[in-house]
Design a protein around this ligand. Structure first.
Ligand SMILES: [Zn+2]
Ligand SMILES: [Zn+2]
Length: 296
C-alpha cells in the first residue's frame, strides 16, 4: 500500500500546506480520507490517477475536511469515471453532501453511494476491511481503520529458478494447490509466502478518548492529528483536538508501529518543534507534509 498526504493543515491552509486529505492506494482500492477544498488539484500535483478512487471516508463535516467533494465529483465525471464512488461519513452525511451539491449548478453524473456510519465494521470483502469508531469533537466525528488482508504472494526469484511461467499455473498456486513443471512437483510453499494483514488508522479532529486507543490497536501506521504542540494542551482540549504528547500516548498504548502526525495549526511555520517533542515520547514518528508519500 502507499499513502500520499494531499493536505496537512488545519482549518486555514498555508502557502505550504493544504487542508486535510490523504490518499491511500491499496492493492485493489483507492481510498481518500477526507476531501478538503482543492483536493482535486492536489491529486494532479501528487500524480494520483482520479480513476483509481473507490471510497471517500469522511471524518466529519467541518469545511476543512469536506469542501472539495463536489469539485472532485465533477472532475471524476469529466475523467470518464466508470466506477461506483462510495462515500462513508458520520450522521447527516447525506444531507451535507446534498446541500453542497445544491449550492451551485451541479449534476452528479457518476454512480454515487453515500452511507452514514457510526461504530463497527462498515465494509468487508476478500481484500479489505474498513472499521470506524465515534470520536469526541464539537460535531459528530469518526475515525477509521483500513485493514488490507494478507494473502498468498509469489516469490518471483524462486518462480524463475523453478521455471514456473506466468499463466494458469499461477492460479493453481494462488489457490494453494501443487503444480507440476518439467515432471517436478512444486508445492505452493516452494514459491509463495503468506503476507500479513496491514492496518492503517486515521484518527483526526478529536480529543483523546477511549476510542482513539481502540481504533488504533496494533496499527502498522497511525495517522493522527497533532494540531497543537504540548504547551497548548489546554487549548487542544477546549477545541476538541489533540496535542503531540497525546497522539504519542495513543501510539504507545495501542502498540502502533509507526506514527504519522498531521493536521498542524497554521501557527507552526515548521513542524521541527512538534517532531522534537514527539520523539521524546515515541521513537518511530514522522511529521507529514503535503505530497509526502510512504509505503506500507
Ligand atoms: Zn480539522
Ligand atoms: Zn473539525
Amino acid at each position: 500500500m502507499e499513502l500520499t498526504f494531499l493536505g496537512t493543515s488545519t482549518m486555514a491552509p498555508t502557502k505550504d500546506r493544504n487542508n486535510t486529505a490523504i490518499y491511500l492506494q491499496t492493492e485493489k482500492y483507492g481510498i481518500l480520507f477526507d476531501c478538503a477544498e482543492g483536493t482535486q488539484r492536489q491529486f494532479k500535483i501528487g500524480k494520483i490517477n482520479f480513476n483509481k478512487l473507490d471510497f471517500i471516508l469522511i471524518s466529519h463535516h467541518h469545511g476543512d475536511h469536506t469542501l472539495g467533494i463536489c469539485g472532485l465529483i465533477q472532475t471524476l465525471a469529466t475523467n470518464n469515471y466508470k466506477k461506483k464512488l462510495t462515500i462513508f461519513g458520520p450522521k447527516d452525511t447525506k444531507k451535507y453532501i446534498k446541500n453542497a451539491m445544491n449550492s451551485c449548478i451541479f449534476t452528479s453524473k457518476i454512480d454515487l453511494d453515500i452511507i452514514e456510519i457510526s461504530n463497527g465494521k462498515i465494509f468487508e470483502n476478500e481484500n479489505i476491511v474498513i472499521e470506524s469508531l465515534e470520536m469526541t469533537h464539537s460535531v459528530p466525528c469518526v475515525a477509521y481503520s483500513l485493514i488490507q488482508k494478507g494473502h498468498r504472494r509469489f516469490d518471483l526469484e524462486k518462480m524463475k529458478k523453478l521455471n514456473v511461467k506466468e499463466g494458469p499455473l499461477w492460479n493453481e498456486l494462488q489457490k494453494g494447490k501443487s503444480i507440476t513443471v518439467n515432471n517436478k512437483t512444486i508445492k505452493p510453499s516452494d514459491v509463495t509466502f503468506l503476507s500479513s494483514d496491514k492496518k492503517v488508522t486515521y484518527c483526526i479532529d478529536t480529543s483523546l478518548n477511549k476510542n482513539t486507543y481502540k481504533i488504533s490497536k496494533d496499527a502498522d501506521i497511525l495517522i493522527c492529528e497533532s494540531t497543537f504542540d504540548e504547551d497548548l494542551k489546554d487549548k487542544a482540549q477546549d477545541y476538541g483536538h489533540m496535542s503531540v504528547d497525546e497522539a504519542c500516548d495513543i501510539a504507545n498504548k495501542s502498540k502502533v508501529k509507526q506514527l504519522i502526525l498531521t493536521h498542524f495549526s497554521a501557527r507552526y511555520k515548521t513542524t521541527d518543534g512538534i517532531l522534537k517533542h514527539a520523539k521524546e515520547y515515541f521513537k518511530n514518528v514522522i511529521c507529514a507534509y503535503d505530497f509526502f508519500k510512504v509505503k506500507i
